[in-house]
Ligand binder design. Structure first.
Ligand code: ITT
Length: 203
């Protein structure tokens, strides 16, 4: 199956290459087709993953996979959530402010919040569509529990990884080797769920 991966996020692209290589599924990034990303208007991660996959399948005529993910922080009532990529953007703007600005804003919002109240989780929804009008999309979801640190730690990963402490190991996501991150992460779990459905469907 030739699959287009509907993401413009280089950190996600790298992780998909690491995760999909061993599964034997080859993909091409949406950027290779000169297609822009759609506006993310969904209320849930699954809504947005479906919208991105359908857009990519419609524009390329290929099967498409998309990931929508983000960070849910309990002390912030679940924010930034589906708005994680645009968290530090000016009101009304849809331009991506970048990882550093998003992390700075998160640390500012949590200033003075005690360690025990800094619980958070990454969420990820991954959708695989065989075509733009596929009536039965495959959907996998994953969740990774942790806590928001008071300052960044580690040099790996991308996005919010340096300020997300893995509940199980006490290390930041940016301090984990990539294989360790995939074994625990929201994206690893969501992708394993999609691949299991795919294997069952082609059996
Ligand atoms: P695409 O929509 O093109 O895939 P995006 O960056 O806009 O790229 P999302 O809308 O899904 O993707 O936003 C995800 C946000 O959550 C973004 O700020 C990421 O940095 C962050 N995020 C998701 N998974 C992450 C991970 O494993 N580690 C750190 N940050 C992550």
């Amino acid at each position: 199956m030739r699959v287009v991966l509907a993401t413009g996020n280089l950190g996600k692209l790298r992780e998909f290459a690491e995760l999909l290589g061993p599964a034997g599924l080859e993909f091409e990034p949406l950027s290779a087709f000169g297609v822009e990303s759609p506006e993310e208007t969904g209320l849930t991660f699954a809504d947005n993953a479906l919208l991105k996959a359908r857009h990519a399948a419609a524009r390329t005529g290929l099967a498409a996979m998309a990931d929508d993910s983000g960070l849910e922080v309990d002390a912030l009532g679940g924010a930034p959530g589906v708005r994680s990529a645009r968290y530090a953007a000016a009101p009304g703007s849809d331009a991506s402010p970048g990882d550093a600005a998003n992390v700075d804003k998160l640390l500012r919002e949590l200033q003075g919040v005690a360690p025990a109240r800094r619980t958070a989780r990454f969420r990820c929804a991954i959708v695989l569509l065989r075509s733009a009008d596929d009536p039965a999309p495959l959907l996998g979801e994953g969740c990774w529990e942790g806590r928001i640190l008071e300052a960044p730690r580690g040099r790996g990963g991308f996005g919010y990884d340096p300020v997300f402490e893995d509940a199980a190991s006490g290390r930041s996501a940016a301090e984990l080797a990539s294989a360790e991150k995939h074994a625990r992460s929201h994206r690893g779990a969501a992708l394993r769920a999609v691949l299991a459905q795919l294997r069952a469907a082609v059996r």
